[in-house]
Design a protein around this ligand. Structure first.
Ligand SMILES: CC(C)(COP(=O)(O)OP(=O)(O)OC[C@H]1O[C@@H](n2cnc3c(N)ncnc32)[C@H](O)[C@@H]1OP(=O)(O)O)[C@@H](O)C(=O)NCCC(=O)NCCS
Length: 148
């Protein structure tokens, strides 16, 4: 089997909006049943957004980094999961946080996905809680800031 090639680009909300919204709607709203009103918030304009593209240029995954160093809205289209797209998105957002000199990255993981984040150095830092009727845990990864 040939290796899948993906690219991830970082962009602002203006450039990410169309493709990121489409992926989130598909994954969170249609697949997971999160109400659209909960999926949307007013924080996107202040975030860095990562978009993953397949070799033929289709947007297949997305995630965002908030100004306070939280990663969120990580979503990969169902048929593209298990191929390394989520890993590439997460690593890109963590690297961006490092460049911004954040000393840690935090996120609220859906509990079923905690194992995914653990692979990339995140640790659970609190008890499980419910958000959008889905169990979550807060996780954190400490970062070494880049030397100049
Ligand atoms: C969670 C999610 C982003 C992971 O993306 P993905 O593209 O499937 O992940 P990858 O293929 O990059 O997986 C990287 C590694 O993590 C592992 N992994 C993936 N999902 C996992 C999970 N739920 N639990 C434990 N490990 C997991 C993979 O097996 C892979 O391991 P390997 O390197 O040994 O092969 C994706 O499943 C998704 O979009 N889920 C629906 C939306 C969602 O729940 N988002 C998370 C909100 S916190």
């Amino acid at each position: 089997m040939s290796a899948q090639i993906f690219t991830v680009r970082l962009c602002n909300w203006e450039d990410a909006r169309l493709e990121a919204s489409k992926i989130r709607e598909q994954v969170f709203v249609f697949e997971q049943g999160v109400p659209l009103a909960l999926e949307m918030d007013d924080r996107d304009a202040g975030c860095d957004h990562a978009l993953a593209y397949s070799a033929d240029g289709m947007a297949v995954g997305t995630g965002r980094l908030l100004p306070d160093g939280h990663v969120g809205r990580m979503a990969v289209l169902k048929e593209w999961r298990g191929k390394g797209v989520g890993a590439l998105l997460l690593q890109t957002l963590v690297e961006k946080a490092r460049q911004r000199r954040h000393t840690s990255v935090r996120l609220n993981a859906q509990s079923y996905a905690a194992g995914f984040y653990r692979r990339y150095g995140f640790e659970v830092i609190g008890p499980e809680f419910m958000e959008a009727e889905i169990p979550h845990v807060a996780m954190q990864r400490a970062l070494a800031t880049p030397s100049d």
